[in-house]
Design a binder for this molecule. Sequence first.
Ligand code: ADP
Ligand code: 5GP
Length: 191
Amino acid sequence: MNKGKVIIFSAPSGSGKTTIVKHLLSINNNLAFSVSATTREARPGEVNGKDYYFLTKSDFLKHIQNNDFVEYEEVYPGTYYGTLRSEVERIWALGKVVIFDVDVVGGLNLKRIMGNRALAVFVKPPSISILQNRLKTRATETDLDLENRINKAVSELQFEPKFDAVLINDQLNETFEHAQQLLQLFLNTTP
Ligand code: ADP
Ligand code: 5GP
């Protein structure tokens, strides 16, 4: 198996990483999204195998026992997320660069595991109150989930210095341009 490069986007929930990752995928044919496994419910419009592999908790636990994950985490109490080895290998076998959308701890774990094959980007909201507004507008969480996500965001912001690059997501068009620049610079460098 020829191992390729990986680019990791991590951020507190609501910072905009999914928006950025989808944009980069739409303009770069040599990137492919690492579809994570999760035990959370699918949101309206989410497709199994495209946005996530939606698994039952017992199937997820079986994958843990089989050592099928590159990394996994209980990102929110009772809700698991993880990157399957088979997913990364599938993308490398296509000769493509893997793009990850994972939480901050998962991103740092992947950076450690992937070494110099990885560029780890921390996506930062302009402020916590803007983050809160964006999450409310997205309207995908219950009030309790929203509170959990905001509390987790505050602690996750401390991890910014451990990443290779920081992308402040204020004006979306500027963010897209900056993300594309970071990506090109990374792809143009060896190995
Ligand atoms: P994450 O994947 O980090 O949880 P999302 O990409 O789902 O975040 O973005 C959270 C919400 O904020 C979405 O509704 C998205 O459309 C919106 N959003 C993302 N970036 C911006 C931005 N720069 N300005 C305004 N709204 C944004
Ligand atoms: P959401 O429920 O909003 O899709 O995702 C919640 C959080 O889990 C986000 O920060 C998302 O990036 C993260 N996440 C998604 N997939 C994975 C994964 O495979 N591993 C880890 N560690 N986090 C993930």
